[in-house]
Design a protein around this ligand. Sequence first.
Ligand code: 1HN
Length: 346
Amino acid sequence: MMNSTQQEVVAGRKVFYDKIGSANCTPLWEVLHSLVTIVPNTPCLPYLWNWSTVWPWLQEAGQLITAKEAERRVLVLENPGLRGRTRITHSLYAGLQLILPGEVAAAHRHSQSALRFIMHGDGAYTAVDGEKVVMHPGDFVITPSWTYHDHGNESSEPMVWLDGLDLPIVELLDAQFRQDGADDMQHIASAANVNLARFGNTMKPVQYKARSKTSPLFWYPYDRTLEALTILSAHEDPHPCWGHKLQYTNPVTGDWAIPTMGTFMQLLPAGFEGKAYRSTDSTIFTVVEGSGTCTINGQVLSFGPKDVFVCPSWMPYTLAADTQAVLFSFSDRPVQQALDLWRESF
Ligand code: 1HN
């Protein structure tokens, strides 16, 4: 209970706040401690999307709307702590995109960077600035900022991939641009095995000049990634927290493959029981193969193939695998590191 003097003080402050509020001023002291917190105070919550739940909904979406009508037929994975804000973490967007046999998702370009991680089906393609790549499960494909891209499915089965975009980061900076292609489908100048031949063998064309910070290699096929992790797992002990983990790089600079989104693949040996780990980059995982658990602040998320789950900033999590598990993940780590903000502890 406030005494009458305290009530007068509060009432006097309210009058003052209303007065300065009318000219768009506001007292910092009322909000300082909720702005500058002792540790990260993310609205992002741990969550897992089960493939067995979302796959029937994707198929239903396939009946409800065409890829042409939708432009992109995607179920957004919205973090339960960020409903209505079209994002999976505070800084990143993720969704599951379905493209049915014979469909085309028309060409456009935007300042947001995108990643595709192939989850289901085989043989649909994406074309990036005239270079076409036919995608297979486990492949990681980049759509760099401001490159034209269209997708199509010339296979006989539906295809689903995980889209990751830096939309909230670009929105924060008010740096969004978009342009539609002149035609739905781009003229194809070359196939992606040409891209892989140019940049995928720790070599580069002698005349190569970088046009952007994004990797000029835009297709990272799963067979190569899995081979690398399999060899490592046969010759090295797993890291106590993350097992065997590699990050995708721009092969020319050695830096991140995408400047705004760090991308990783890790292998957890069968029976692996990881130690707790935390970092300031909220991380989105998807399961390529195997099953296990991710325990976040005591909450157990049981994962299997094609599930997607989120570990929010600074919440300790442990990974465990029943069978050998392979996990793709992405986060805003490159942005945090560029700004000297990134921290981890384990
Ligand atoms: C986009 O361009 C794609 O090109 C997918 O496949 C998802 C989400 C928001 C904004 C643009 C695509 C997207 C997107």
